[in-house]
Design a protein around this ligand. Structure first.
Ligand code: SF4
Length: 466
């Protein structure tokens, strides 16, 4: 089925869509179920079990805190960094959480639960996905009231055990398109662009005005994230001591290029990616695009589309809308047919998918035919195949931040290469997406967001992140 652009581009908090946004949503959904079952007031204890990658790198990704906030009823779309800081401080000092307080303040019990109480099972991979957690609620007599296992499957998407089973038995299909071939066929049949097809899909649930307003809101959150990233200095959270560079880069670049000349375009693209990913790494408000770790690529290439193309000069809002719709159409295919989860297929599924989406968005803005847009998406992924996930110290910092800037440049190059051709090419986007899926399946778990291979072990870190 075609996945909504608003599921692919959702507002959340850093540093990880699968390890922060998804687990917070799981906690939120669990307490909503407790409320719906009318047992909230009877809850005396909560047990949290984390499995696989969530246990292996969750500490560096803020997973335990995200779950506790979700259990308090907070949602990643709404919570602000200031509220997070305030709640974390209170939870730490009291050793308790206010269960579902955001959803049902009158019947919210205070539960003794801290991040140290979470039970970690890094070597245990549950059947459906490496990112799994089980939440169990007990009453005062130790009787189980509710237990639910959630899988955080990338990009902030969360499914229950039952939903996972249903998804596995369902054939792809449903709304509009579920492959690049089907998407191209729709474009040919209706003589329209990919963004038009995606707008029609979204039109089933949104009015024209609502769709426009929501897409521009997504653009605005991306820009706000970039601006906040540029305004900050100091070091990123965690004991790697990574310096925030965006502010210094901005000051120097702005002095060198106050008129925004084309020869500096690449520097500005790099800066946008850097600023957004530094903000993500510090737990700021970001748009998953399609994940948090890869959140800088689409906004950086969108910046290029708006500021360095004829379309952007003529109508910046319309350019942003068409860019996001075309990128979303391609992202939907990745989510449907392969994965956008680093824990499932490595970084090719996160940064590679984001580069492919961004390349498609830009190719359409540059006037590419649907075939050229598909080619741009294919080129960007073809040259991201095999990209491993190996974040040092389990933090979404190295190599993630620079990798976003490099991949934004790759996306621009892919779009420009595709525009030089006529759309005909040997490897289809569907073939390269399937190759990415199979490569991910073959990839050792060392390279799938466990921080047990690659840079994460070649660059020693003399501490245990906790
Ligand atoms: S290496 Fe890639 S997939 Fe892994 S955390 Fe960093 S951005 Fe995400």
């Amino acid at each position: 089925m075609t996945i909504s652009v608003f599921d692919l581009f959702s507002v959340g908090i850093g540093p990880s869509s699968s390890h922060t946004v998804g687990p917070m949503r799981a906690g939120n959904r669990f307490v909503a179920e407790l409320c719906a079952s009318d047992v909230l007031g009877s809850v005396a204890d909560i047990r949290v079990d984390l499995y696989g990658s969530l246990a292996a790198t969750g500490a560096g990704h803020g997973t335990p805190t995200a779950i506790l906030l979700g259990l308090e009823g907070y949602a990643p779309e709404e919570i602000t960094p200031d509220v997070i800081a305030e709640r974390v401080s209170t939870m730490t000092s009291t050793g308790r959480i206010a269960l579902a307080a955001e959803l049902a303040p009158a019947s919210s019990p205070a539960i003794a639960l801290t991040v140290e109480d979470l039970v970690m099972h890094p070597a245990t991979i549950l059947p459906f996905h490496p990112n799994a957690l089980t939440l169990t609620a007990f009453d005062g007599a130790g009787i189980e009231l509710l237990a639910q296992t959630y899988y955080s499957v990338g990009g902030g998407f969360v499914v229950t055990e039952a939903q996972a089973r249903t998804a596995q038995t369902n054939e792809p299909g449903g709304r509009a398109f579920s492959s690049a071939a089907e998407l191209l066929e729709l474009c040919r049949r209706d003589h329209c662009a990919m963004s038009d097809v995606m707008a029609r899909v979204e039109g089933e649930t949104h009015s024209v005005d609502d769709l426009r307003a929501r897409l521009l809101h997504i653009r605005d959150v991306m820009v706000a994230c970039e601006r906040r990233g540029i305004s900050q200095s100091g070091t990123l959270p965690g004991t790697l001591g990574v310096r925030r560079r965006a502010r210094g880069w901005y000051e120097r670049l702005n002095a060198e290029d106050p008129g925004r000349r084309p020869e500096f375009a690449e520097d500005w693209v790099n800066l946008v990616a850097l600023a957004i990913n530094e903000e993500n790494a510090s737990g700021g408000r970001v748009v998953t695009a399609p994940t948090n770790g890869a959140a800088g690529i689409v906004p950086a290439v969108l910046h290029y589309a708006v500021h360095y193309t004829a379309s952007g000069g003529a109508d910046a809002d319309d350019t942003a809308i068409r860019f996001l719709l075309a990128a979303g159409a391609i992202g939907s295919i990745y989510k449907e047919r392969a994965s956008i989860s680093g824990a499932e297929v490595g970084c090719q599924g996160e940064v590679g998918s984001a580069a492919s989406m961004a390349a498609a968005g830009l190719a359409e803005i540059l006037g590419g035919s649907p075939e050229q847009v598909e080619n741009a998406a294919e080129i960007a992924m073809e040259h991201s195949l095999g990209l491993t996930c190996d974040p040092i110290g389990g933090l979404v910092q190295i190599p993630c931040i620079e990798r976003n800037a490099i991949s934004a440049g790759k996306a621009i190059n892919a779009a420009r290469m595709a525009l030089r051709g006529d759309g005909a090419h040997r490897v289809s986007l569907d073939q390269v997406i399937e190759t990415m899926r199979l490569t991910g399946a073959d990839m050792s778990t060392k390279y799938k967001e466990t921080s047990t291979g690659g840079l994460a072990v070649s660059v020693p870190v003399n501490y245990v992140e906790c």
